[in-house]
Design a protein around this ligand. Sequence first.
Ligand code: PLP
Length: 391
Amino acid sequence: MTTDNKMKTIYFDNNATTKVAEEVSEEMKPFFCELYGNPSSMHTFGGQIAARIRKSRQQVANLLGCDPAEIIFTSGGTESDNAAINGVLATAADKRKIITSRIEHPAVLSVCKQLKDRGYTVVELEVDKQGQLDLGELEKQIDDDTALATIMYANNETGVIFPVEQIAELTKSKGSIFHTDAVQAVGKIPLNLSKSNIDLLSLSGHKLHAPKGVGVLYVRKGTRLSPFMLGGHQEAGRRAGTENVPSIIGLGKACELAAKNIKEKNERVRKLRDKLEKAILKSCPDSQLNGDPDNRLPNTSNISFEYIEGESILLMLDKFGICASSGSACTSGSLEPSHVLRAMGVPFTAAHGSIRFSLSRYNTEKEVDYTIEKMPEIVNKLRKLSPFVTK
Ligand code: PLP
């Protein structure tokens, strides 16, 4: 896709969504017009689709380091998050407390808010300036009444990674269930759930070069979870409904691709991200990085530019064919500064002028260099127009 006849789109908004990999789209194609049988059918035509879904389940399990029987296909990250939280609470009727963090995605925070309205006690843990949690506070909060802790693996806006394995160990030692929203982490950092105490984990296809509208809820064997879609026997009766076959096939392929050389691929992305970030911070005065610089996804950089609006920067970047974001895809469009940056204590003026660049393995050094060239030009131009700059 091009923005005009000459300019190619430079896509630095991969935490919002990603391009479907060519290999993924090729793998999906036969499942529309040729292999369209229902996987539940008795005939051979349907049976071969069921076999391909089994393969896809195995491909996802390989990336996560778990058993295929622990994979439930869903419609995406939002459904997986909702199902995990509500599904655990439905089986723990005597417990009335949930622990989460202030910087979760709305797919978790909105469910927690609804539960609070229904009388549950919801504890939203604070984060520090770097976006990190106080594990001591978490430990203090987990008590006999705690049904579930739901804390994200990595934040979608800053890329900050939480010490999820430690959190899982802690919740286990206290007899609570632990769910993590790993929508932004899967494919960007290696995971091995067979060696972890995580009970439930959500992922979303469209964040790792699979299509939109497909995801997974991982449920560790033995974890009590109420079925969340009733009807047929699909997904072991926990999530009924005829499967979204092409997307499930695509997700399996995307997981297979993500697992291949995961460290090397993401190291390359990290180098590009670091080059972009370092150059912008150097060339644009009054700019600062938001979030823990070390414990971070390799593809994400969230930078604040004082005295100017993030939206204005985005519009000017857009003119050069560069796509970025001024917050999560779901909250952009609102004039409120990001709840994540506010929770981290980023001053209002800086939070308003924040931009998230999120890269993928499809980005090139040429794209980074072009953006490095344009950013100071954009920031200087907007500062000249800003009523807050008097110099
Ligand atoms: N959780 C996180 C951390 C996300 O970033 C997103 C999407 O931006 C979601 C959940 C929702 O996933 P989906 O778009 O697949 O519903």
